[in-house]
Each structure stands twice: as structure tokens, then as C-alpha cells.
Write a protein that binds this ligand. Structure first.
Ligand SMILES: C[S@@+](CC[C@H](N)C(=O)[O-])C[C@H]1O[C@@H](n2cnc3c(N)ncnc32)[C@H](O)[C@@H]1O
Length: 350
């Protein structure tokens, strides 16, 4: 049963499915890379008690404050860090928080950021064109809209918004500059391509600008790679995406990391020497039920993918002959202090 978000005003998406995919257990250690309003995090802490620990990260200082208030009952079991998840590995080292049993990414933005935060994420409210998750970051959406050359602007709108009318939109935006607010931009786009169907014509362009401002796709790719190293054996990586661009990255990453060979199909004999690090848990992507989408329309586009860290040849070598590969493979990594100590040392030395 999905509960309404409490004080945060954000309802966590695919909550029961996330807890199941993470395999949350008492005493477990988890990282929520996108803590937002703390909805998923609160449920993880509840299910992992007694003894559970959670490291929560968010680029938005407001989100950290909201999560701090919401997660107050869990006291010292929670550590909150205002940073970008692209720095996941260094955050884990700094706070000595690894290896972990599970890592969650619930991507995109929270309802709180979308609705009336005054940060320009939505064209439902008039606000300056900002769109930064972290207000300390330099470049805003207004900078991109008002200073980017037309062809580059069209490229951003096409690539990150999958908008077929990107050239036309970019041409009119450049003609109408300066464009300073969300409603002004939405109006310019509507003028450029008109209104057809139920979806507002500015939807794709707003998505494109948000992705560009926050380097969302690059950061996701880099963070996923780091997440694998932070997971203990049989630790779970769970990612919830909200549009096809981020879902493609997650899908391809999990597929690649679970394959024994990543040579091009035409290669007659494997030469890549690739060593898999993950096992995909849900072959079919997990989507919200009609009940959830009815209660929380924001969940409509959500897709959940999950994978488990496996012990591979390289890790077995790292663990050392005294551990014994077969023995180690059969035991959950986090119950093996010797193995963990060695991996930890190798991780710090890397
Ligand atoms: C969908 S919300 C998470 C909601 C949360 N799961 C909950 O239940 O309340 C996504 C959050 O991720 C944060 N975020 C997005 N990209 C980020 C990044 N690269 N680094 C850190 N936080 C990020 C946003 O600021 C936002 O607060």
C-alpha cells in the first residue's frame, strides 16, 4: 500500500517494490542517492531497524533540510549529505560508509521542487528560469536559453527532450530573447509549435533544459559505475527513472555489467576479457500499478530496474586465496569481515 507523503508533500513512487528490490533487512546499511523528501528513506530506515543505517544524498539543500526533519526520529542512524551523487565514491570514503547492502536512485525531481518552489522547474507557475537542483551551481536555464547559439540550442532540445520540432522552437526562442521566466518560455514555445493533444507543447523543452542545466545524464552514468564498487556482495542497486533517456542508460549499464562478454557481435572470439559485476534481478522493468498511478499521477512514467552485485573472478583474486572462491561466493559478502576488510583496503588504495 502506497502511503501519501507526509510533511514533504512528495509521495514516494513504487515504494513497496523498491523495498522488495533492495531486499531491506534489519541491521542493513543503505544509501539513498536522491533523498528528496525522505519518503523512500523513511521506509528503508523503518524496515532496517533495529540497527539499520542510511546515508542520504541530495544536491538540493532544501531537500536535505526537509529530509532531516522527517527522518529525525531515526537519530544517529541517518547521515545526510548535501552533494551531487556524481561524487558518490568520495562521499562514501569521507564518511566511511561502505560497503553497503543497497543503493537507491529515485531520479529526477520531487513534487516539492516541481510545485511552487519558485525554482523554475514547471510552467504551471511563473518563476525565473533557474532549474538548478543545487542553487550554488553557476549555470541556470536562463543562461542556456539566452546565450546558447541557435543550432546548439536546437541540439539540446532535440537530444534531451526528444523534441522533433526543436529547430523551430530554438529559432523562435532566439528571436524572442531575452526569455526570463517559465511562463514567458512556455508562451514562446506554444507560439512556435502550437498546441495539440493533452501534453503541453513546452513539456519536452523544459525536460531538455533541466537535464542540460544539471548534467543529469552524464552524472547518472558516472554514479552508476561508482555504485557498483560501493556495494557489498549480493548488495542491491535499484534505480527508478522517469523518462526514456535515463531508463536507457540504466538498462544498458545493467545489461553490460551483467554480461561475460561485451565484444561487438561480429567478433568471432571473445577478446574483451570483460568481467561481470552484476546480476539483473528483474528482467522485465517494474511499473506502477493502475492503483498507484490513480493515487499519484506523477508515478505514471516511473520504471524500476534492480541488479545485485556478484562476486567475480577479479574480486575473488582480491579477496585472496585464503578465503576460497567457492566459499566466498556462497556467503553474503557483508557477513564476512575478512573479505570486506580486504576489499575496503583495495577500494581505498585505488
Ligand atoms: C524524485 S526526488 C526523490 C524523492 C525521494 N525518493 C522521496 O521519496 O522523497 C529526486 C531528488 O533527487 C535529487 N537529485 C537529482 N539529481 C541529483 C544528483 N545528481 N545528485 C544529488 N541529488 C540529485 C533532486 O534534488 C530531488 O530532490
Amino acid at each position: 500500500m502506497v502511503k501519501k507523503g507526509l510533511k514533504s508533500g512528495h509521495t514516494p513512487v513504487l515504494l513497496a517494490e523498491t523495498l522488495k528490490a533492495l531486499g531491506v533487512q534489519p541491521g542493513g546499511r543503505y544509501i539513498d542517492c536522491t533523498i528528496g523528501g525522505g519518503g523512500h528513506a523513511g521506509a528503508i530506515l523503518q524496515q532496517s531497524s533495529p540497527g539499520g543505517q542510511l546515508l542520504g544524498i541530495d544536491a538540493d539543500p532544501n531537500a536535505i533540510e526537509i529530509a532531516r526533519e522527517r527522518l529525525q526520529p531515526y537519530g544517529g542512524s541517518v547521515l545526510l549529505v548535501n552533494d551531487n551523487f556524481v561524487n558518490l565514491q568520495s562521499i562514501c570514503i569521507k564518511y566511511d560508509f561502505f560497503p553497503v547492502h543497497g543503493i537507491l536512485f529515485d531520479l529526477g525531481l520531487s513534487s516539492l521542487q516541481l510545485n511552487g518552489s519558485g525554482r523554475g522547474f514547471s510552467f504551471q507557475h511563473d518563476a525565473p528560469l533557474d532549474m538548478r537542483f543545487n542553487p550554488g551551481q553557476k549555470i541556470t536555464a536562463a543562461d542556456i536559453v539566452n546565450t546558447t547559439p541557435e543550432t546548439r540550442l536546437a541540439h539540446i532540445i532535440r537530444t534531451y527532450g526528444e523534441e522533433l520540432q526543436s529547430q523551430r522552437i530554438a529559432r523562435i526562442i532566439v528571436r524572442e530573447r531575452p526569455v526570463k521566466t517559465t511562463l514567458q518560455l512556455a508562451g514562446v514555445i506554444e507560439k512556435a509549435i502550437g498546441r495539440r493533444g493533452r501534453i503541453h507543447p513546452a513539456t519536452r523543452t523544459f525536460q531538455a533544459l533541466r537535464i542540460a542545466v544539471n548534467h543529469e545524464l552524464e552524472n547518472l552514468e558516472m554514479a552508476l559505475r561508482q555504485a557498483v564498487d560501493v556495494l557489498g556482495y549480493e548488495g542491491r542497486l535499484v534505480v527508478i527513472t522517469y523518462h526514456s533517456l535515463e531508463d536507457r542508460i540504466v538498462k544498458q549499464f545493467m545489461q553490460k555489467e551483467s554480461r561475460t562478454c561485451i565484444c561487438p557481435p561480429e567478433t568471432p572470439v571473445c577478446v574483451c576479457g570483460h568481467v561481470p559485476a552484476l546480476r539483473i534481478i528483474n528482467k522485465k522493468v517494474i511499473r506502477p500499478t493502475p492503483v498507484e498511478t490513480g493515487l499519484n499521477p506523477r508515478s505514471r512514467s516511473a520504471k524500476l530496474r534492480a541488479a545485485e552485485r556478484i562476486l567475480n573472478r577479479d574480486d575473488a583474486e582480491l579477496a585472496g586465496a585464503d578465503e576460497g572462491v567457492i566459499d566466498v561466493t556462497r556467503s553474503p559478502g557483508w557477513r564476512r569481515p575478512v573479505l570486506l576488510k580486504k576489499i575496503r583496503m583495495a577500494f581505498l588504495a585505488a
